[in-house]
Every structure is written in C-alpha cells, then in structure tokens.
Design a protein. Structure first.
Length: 207
C-alpha cells in the first residue's frame, strides 16, 4: 500500500499548452515522511508501514512518542503517526516522498470534512419538505421519528437534525494529475475533503 500525508493548500486550475484543456486540481504539499516502523504478519499479526508527519519542536511532542521515534532512529520530532496497511518494500529510516505516485495513478484521499454547524434534516439528510399550502405546519420538520406505545422509544441511528460535517471523509475516484518533487507538491484532479491547511491522507486506490 502506497501512501503519504500532506497538507491541503487549496484548489487551482492547470492549462494544457497543447489542447488548451482546463483541469481543476487540488494542490497538496506533502513533505518527506520518515518510516518509523515496519510491521509484519509474523511479528505483529498484520502487515503495515508506520510513517510520521507534522514535524515540530521536541517540547511539543509527548515523551512516549518521542521515545518511539528515537528508538527507531528517526531524526527530529513529529506530532502524528499513520499506519498504511498492506505489504511494502519500505525500510525503517527511509523517507516517503511524493515521488511514490505517478501522473495518471488512481488515488483516494481522506481528511476531516468542513464543519457546517447545526443543520436540519433537509440540509443534513436531504429529506423532502412538507406541503407549503392549505395551512400545513409541517414544511421543514422531520416528521415522525417512531411509534408511540411500541417500542415507546426512538431507535438509535435515527436521521435527525444535528451537527453536520466535521467528520472523517474518504474521497475515491481521484487521479494524480501532476507530481512536483522539487516543491513536494502533489496535484490531484478534483476536490478533496477538508479545509485549507488541513491534513489529508493520500493512498493508492485499492480497486
């Protein structure tokens, strides 16, 4: 499994000088991520690669995380770790860069979506509204949420009004448009979840 963690810088568009076709792309800045640990099925029960990202001063990293990094001879301090499931040829101490991807490769991007605050059922779950004429008082209300006597409670998971967004979202069907290793930039065709300067995980598409 190939993957890297980067920071979403925003969206722009790229022009093809020959055909003049305009492609909307999301620019992701992905600094080199050091490999901290390589897990195997024999030793750990599953295959995975652990990489570190978001470099920071040592005083801003917890002692257990700092000890884990130093134990594996990782220079510098990093706030977060990410595991990429699957077999890999990477070794501890090696850096994962944007060069692991190639233009035209299919990827999926995960991130924390925009938080939109409290929203009703029409906006949050795409409910249909009620009739607006003949004295109806049920225009944007959710309607019935359960029976009265049986089971005399509301089932868990009922679609109701509440906080919208702010959750982890994975966008599939994306394609790498361009790779700029000198600038640590990855240009992905289309939009990816999350706000500007938010962390996103770029993985190769499994299907």
């Amino acid at each position: 499994m190939k993957g890297i963690v980067g920071r979403k810088l925003g969206m722009t568009r790229v022009f093809d000088p020959e055909s003049g076709v305009v492609t909307p792309v999301t620019v992701i800045e992905a600094a080199p991520c050091p490999v901290v640990q390589v897990k195997t099925a024999d030793a750990d029960g599953y295959d995975a690669v652990q990489i570190a990202y978001d470099e920071a001063a040592e005083r801003k990293v917890t002692k257990p995380e700092l000890g884990h990094l130093k134990k594996n001879n990782v220079s510098g301090a990093y706030r977060h770790l990410l595991e990429l499931r699957g077999q890999s040829e990477l070794i501890v101490g090696e850096n994962v860069t944007v060069e692991v991807f190639e233009p035209g490769e299919k990827v999926k991007v995960s991130g924390i979506a925009h938080g939109k605050g409290f929203a009703g059922t029409i906006k949050r779950h795409r409910f249909h509204r009620g009739p607006t004429s003949h004295g109806s008082h049920n225009i944007r209300k959710p309607g019935s949420i359960g029976a009265s006597a049986t089971p005399s409670r509301v089932f868990k998971g009922m679609k109701m009004a509440g906080r919208m967004g702010g959750k982890r979202v994975t966008q599939t069907g994306l394609v790498v448009h361009e790779v700029r290793p000198d600038e640590n930039l990855l240009l992905v065709k289309g939009a990816v979840p999350g706000p500007k300067n938010g962390f996103v995980e770029v993985r190769e598409a499994s299907r």
